[in-house]
Design a protein around this ligand. Structure first.
Ligand SMILES: NC(=O)c1ccc[n+]([C@@H]2O[C@H](COP(=O)([O-])OP(=O)(O)OC[C@H]3O[C@@H](n4cnc5c(N)ncnc54)[C@H](O)[C@@H]3O)[C@@H](O)[C@H]2O)c1
Length: 328
């Protein structure tokens, strides 16, 4: 891609999440949004009209043939990954993928392999990695003794139709709390093993087959033990739970309040820092700049790295099912 040309971007899946990307990309002068496709065409029309550029396509292959994107944003529900990526990868189209990138490791590893072979530039939507306060946490952690980490993503049931079933969603750990599992990897390296216990019976939605709650204990290769709560059974009357991570250091606590602020607490000192800037714009800009330069090194969650967070969360599902510790 030459530096003077606009980067051509197409979207498959133009529901709620896609707009976060579209509204930012539409403001970049070096980006052309060339195609929008959704199995509910009205959604593609809505996003195209709001972006004020590009074309709506009723057929995915026709979009790839006609719009000739340099990169494709894949924002479909978790259970819809597969044929879409296979086609794009075969054509050498670079990919921005929403997490989770697949619901089984065989598919995800197949894509990882093909992406490597084709030398494609990829970015997976782990937005928290672009927050300035996460980098501040990393600085605070450096040189400190950390034993325990605890964290949570506790809330209600998201209002998307594919959420209630493992087959279409992957479960709350894989679909939602994967962000915090990824943050543990981002700050503490790779996991060695995981055990996960969970339960059901509180959420009363017809056909709901996910766990309502679970607790995962992850032993990291460096010895840190992280316990992460995941729950979607909070209903009316519950107060907002402070989701995020607490890092228990020998001489202080460091707390990451999900996409909001961080706190450093030690005897006699409390420092609180809110986030600054729009980290999601930073994520889009990083991806576009990588496409322009051909250098992906600034992308914080390329496919190969994101695979490891997917593997960890799918291992939690395995542990929930078997009741056993899963070695990674
Ligand atoms: N990174 C983040 O922070 C973040 C936040 C929210 C959602 N997400 C992820 O983004 C993905 C989409 O979530 P959402 O909230 O936008 O869901 P959504 O249901 O609002 O949107 C998904 C869209 O994909 C369309 N679709 C389904 N199958 C398709 C197919 N085969 N081809 C084309 N279009 C298809 C649907 O009609 C729908 O419009 C999910 O994987 C979700 O986990 C990520």
């Amino acid at each position: 891609m030459g530096t003077s040309e606009k980067i051509r971007i197409a979207f498959v899946g133009t529901g709620g999440r896609s707009w976060t990307h579209i509204e930012r990309l539409a403001k970049f002068e070096d980006v052309a949004l060339v195609g929008f496709m959704d199995v509910i065409p009205e959604r593609a029309r809505e996003k195209q009209a709001a972006a004020g550029q590009g074309k709506v396509y009723l057929d995915y292959l026709e979009m790839l043939d006609d719009a000739k994107p340099d990169a494709l944003y894949v924002c479909v529900p978790p259970g819809e990954h597969g044929a879409l990526e296979r086609e794009a990868i075969a054509r050498g189209i670079h990919l921005f993928l929403e997490k989770p990138m697949a619901l089984d490791m065989a598919t995800a590893e197949e894509f990882g392999q093909k992406i490597r072979e084709k030398n494609l530039i990829t970015c997976v939507g782990f937005q928290d990695r672009y927050l300035d306060i996460v980098e501040q946490c990393r600085t605070w952690i450096q040189g400190r003794d950390v034993g325990l980490v605890d964290g949570a993503w506790v809330g209600g049931v998201p209002g998307v139709p594919w959420y209630p079933k493992y087959a279409t969603c992957g479960g709350q750990i894989v679909e939602q709390n994967i962000h915090i599992f990824d943050m543990v990897r981002n700050l503490f390296g790779e996991p060695a093993k995981v055990y996960c216990a969970g339960g059901r019976g509180i959420v009363k939605i017809q056909g709901f087959d996910l766990h309502d709650y679970s607790s995962a204990v992850i032993t990291m290769q460096n010895g840190v033990v992280a316990t992460l709560f995941t729950a979607c059974y909070l209903g009316e009357g519950s107060t907002d739970f402070p989701n995020g991570l607490t890092i228990h250091c020998a001489d202080c606590n460091i707390r990451y309040f999900l996409r909001n602020h961080i706190v450093f607490e030690s005897r006699g000192e409390t420092i609180s820092r809110p986030w600054k800037g729009d980290w999601q714009t930073v994520m889009e800009r990083t991806f576009i700049d990588a496409l322009k330069s051909g250098d992906p090194s600034a992308i914080r969650s390329p496919y190969d790295d994101a695979l490891k967070s997917l593997r960890l969360t799918l291992a939690c599902n395995e542990s929930l099912e078997t009741g056993r510790v899963v070695e990674l």
